[in-house]
Design a protein around this ligand. Structure first.
Ligand code: UD1
Ligand code: UDP
Length: 359
């Protein structure tokens, strides 16, 4: 068995890390192919360093571009590498352009595809990620669904039950593996425990629309004015670029910092009073860390977080954002983590080993 682990962005590095550690632990024959979709030190290399991951064997250096540019460059580079390496399976994780390219390149070469975090659906085709997820799931041979609900989504689309395994989400493994290493020094940012809101914001549909982004900034100001707490925002490079283009200044109370490494970010999340986000992984982490979450979107592909009462959808209207924060500010945080028991990576590797070694 030879495994190709294809990744390209911050969340893929974090969520693939438990699988990479498991491959190392078992001395499996595997290699990492990085597309280079994310490349700035603080979006890429910092995670390899802090998570103690081996360097990728290949880095395609595709960089940023339109969806077609990113996907096509990755597709060509991945195909060449797969022809050379001839792996028995390609693993992809999540819903980025890298994931779609990895899945299509492998499927057309008749190399098996394993999709980690399969079956998530926002049912919003305006999100590029939704298109990537659906297409990837439909060319995958092994679908590792994080929850039963994700499995049901796949069954409804006609995907055969025998291809689907519910394993939990590798984000739980990753959190558990790093729990003792979390950097709790929020004082380094001049913050008091539970004395600030933490924000992440980078969805294309939120930040590429100047009016919408302006409205979100207004909402953040209302929230700051109501509670008198700073809103700390390790700003994603996409949003930094857009604020600059649209000539938008940070709203009152918004404290911009550069994106931080994973262990620092987990510290910021754990000590926040409440998290505001449009990120996928951050909705999950807030739920697992038992910090109330307000999602700046009208839908989510992580409805499990809503079901357990850890998260609420606020949309992007300023007053609605404020009212949802008012509601979640006083939430009791006794919910159960719906994303598994932290053994997803072990299960995934074990399933692949059984299937591929016997075939
Ligand atoms: C991508 C994923 C998104 C994921 C996010 C994680 C797609 C369609 N989108 O969005 O699903 O949630 O990554 O963060 O795959 N940039 C840098 N340095 C970098 C990377 C990006 O400066 O290392 C800037 C560039 O200006 C670039 C912009 O960010 O144009 C957007 O990058 P891109 O990878 O296209 O999309 P993300 O918004 O990061
Ligand atoms: N994250 C981080 N540093 C930051 C912001 C986020 O390490 O400054 C981590 C966070 O803990 C989570 C992941 O990045 O695991 C989420 O990535 P992102 O929001 O970029 O993508 P998404 O999950 O929306 O695809």
């Amino acid at each position: 068995m030879k495994i190709a682990i294809v990744l390209g962005t911050r969340p893929e590095i974090i969520k693939m890390s438990p699988i990479i550690h498991e491959c190392e632990r078992l001395s499996l024959n595997y290699f990492i192919l990085h597309t280079g979709q994310h490349y700035s030190y603080y979006m890429d290399k910092v995670f390899f360093d802090r998570l103690q991951l081996p360097d990728p064997k290949y880095n395609l250096g595709i960089g940023s571009g339109t969806h077609a540019e990113e996907t096509s460059k990755a597709l060509v580079g991945i195909e060449k590498t797969l022809l050379k390496e001839k792996p028995s399976v390609v693993l992809v994780e999540g819903d980025t352009n890298t994931v779609l390219a990895g899945a299509i390149a492998a499927a057309k070469l008749d190399v098996r595809v394993g999709h980690v975090e399969a079956g998530l659906r926002s049912y919003d085709r305006k999100m590029p990620e939704e298109i990537n997820r659906v297409l990837t799931d439909h060319v995958s041979d092994y679908l590792f669904a994080p929850t039963k609900r994700a499995k049901e989504n796949l069954l409804r689309e006609g995907i055969e039950a025998k291809k689907i395994q519910v394993t939990g989400n590798t984000i739980v493994d990753s959190l558990a593996q790093n729990a003792s290493l979390i950097d709790n020094n929020t004082n380094a940012f001049g913050l008091e425990d539970k004395g600030y809101f933490l924000l992440t914001l980078h969805r294309q549909e939120n930040v590429d629309d100047g009016k919408k982004l302006e409205g979100i900034l207004k909402g953040l100001q209302l929230i700051h004015e109501k509670f008198g707490l700073p809103v700390v925002y390790p700003i994603h490079p996409r949003t930094a670029k857009r604020m600059n283009e649209f000539n938008l200044a940070p709203s009152k109370g918004l404290r911009l910092v550069d994106p931080v490494d994973y262990l620092t970010f987990l510290g910021l999340e754990s000590k926040a009073k409440l998290i505001l986000t449009d990120s996928g992984g951050v909705q999950e982490e807030a739920c697992i860390l038992k910090v109330p979450c307000v999602t700046i979107r009208n839908n989510t592909e992580r409805p499990e977080t809503l079901d357990v009462g850890a998260n609420i959808l606020a949309g992007t209207e300023p007053k609605e954002m404020l009212s949802k924060v008012e509601y979640m500010f006083f939430a009791t945080t006794k919910w159960k983590n719906p994303f598994g028991d932290g053994t997803a990576a072990k299960q995934i590797i074990s399933i692949l080993s059984k299937n591929l070694i016997s075939s």
